[in-house]
Design a protein around this ligand. Sequence first.
Ligand code: MSP
Length: 470
Amino acid sequence: MNKVYITTAIPYMNGSPHIGHAMDYVQADVSARYYRLLGDDVKFQVGSDEHGGKVFQKATAQGVTVEAFVDENVAKLKDFIAKLDVSYTDFVRTTNTDHIRRCQEIWRKLSEHIYKDKYEGWYCTGCERFVTDKEYEECNGVCPDHQKSYERLEEENYYFRISDFKDQIREAILADRVLILPDFRKKEILKLLEESPDVSISRPKEQLSWGVPVPGDDNQTMYVWIDALSNYITILGYPERDISDWWPATAQFVGKDILRFHAIIWPAMLLALGLPLPKTIVSHGMILVGGVKMSKSVGNVVDPVDVIERHGADAFRYYFLRHIDTFADSDFTWEKFENAYNNELANDLGNLVQRLATLMSKNDIALPSASAILPKKYQSLMEKFEFSKAFDFVWEEVQAINKRIDEEKPWMLAKNGERIKLEECLIGLARELLKVNLMLGPFLPETNEKIVEIFSGKITAPKTPLFPKN
Ligand code: MSP
């Protein structure tokens, strides 16, 4: 059984979830459910990012303790994820004591690449990162994502030497060893990688106390992103447990706004820890409302619970998985949502099920339970104990597949390098064969088992044919 590890970004616990937060969850969930359908063993992480200046400031502004504040927001997040019908297996909270201890051990393991330095620069608490002077000038000192002025900070912090890993990261990205999707983001990341300075990974405790203490230095708190990114492996028990069953992750789902952390800092951390890089990072676009970014000041924040309550989780999932582009920015409007619901879910799928079920019930036709995919003719002959005729019928199907192979000539497709057509043709034929094989079962049980074995997993043709000729 294949092991599959799917991860999602962990949202800041500075407020209630909004519809933008749903993207990671619905995309990751479709993937997790798909792999389960294939029979894979799936681990699916979700969680909450509870530390950092922005969470602390919000709690203080509301006059509540930060612990009570994050507890309340975590409860809202869990409720939201449950309402979306997300089949996660593990929930990680960054305030969990095991997570904190493991983060400190990760820090120690990174120490060869960490140094202390003075820094003066512009910081955005919304992004929780320092921006370069160039970025500061380009947006006139106001963060375009958060509409907040950058703060000037002068601090002595610890730095992580990203430059130690730039070459390895570039090579891994170029060779798709860590596959960044969509492809057009890859170029952006490669450019950013070249420009990336070493990253400050701590803040003085007097500036920021709400976070993981830096081991061995009472005056410093870990930068929230180091703590947050570590969640993907602390939840697996790293470093005290061997995580090779699950790591590297099959797919990490994140929004485009935080791809830089996942495609530069995170790979650098993993390389420093001697761990493999994730197989894929899937980065979705932003959800806009009425064409603009959601924001409290614009007053266009859509409460996801309202959307779910309108027509249920599947209507939400339908809209966000079909009408919100998988990779590009897309718009949510109630009008579009209602149209999709009425014209597609209700008219197409809802109607189809309704009509078919009505016709069948009116005419008193039921589906045979266990044998739903067996042809009627076969069943009728078998139930009449007409074995030779039933076998004739099965044999006609065997011959028909042989004829299809002769006509479709898959060997020519192989020869011409038409890979997609070849796969379609052979998979189609094998599916037909497996259907026929079901019917063969009662007749030739040993052969039936052999055919199932041959066509499961990686296929190897048997050394001797099933029925060697005399
Ligand atoms: N805490 C960090 C993630 C740490 S992961 C180690 C963070 N939190 S967030 O709350 O700002 O965002 C959480 C996820 O929601 C991210 O994947 C982000 O891209 C996504 N979205 C937040 N707003 C969004 C939209 N309006 N549209 C689509 N996704 C958006 O970043």
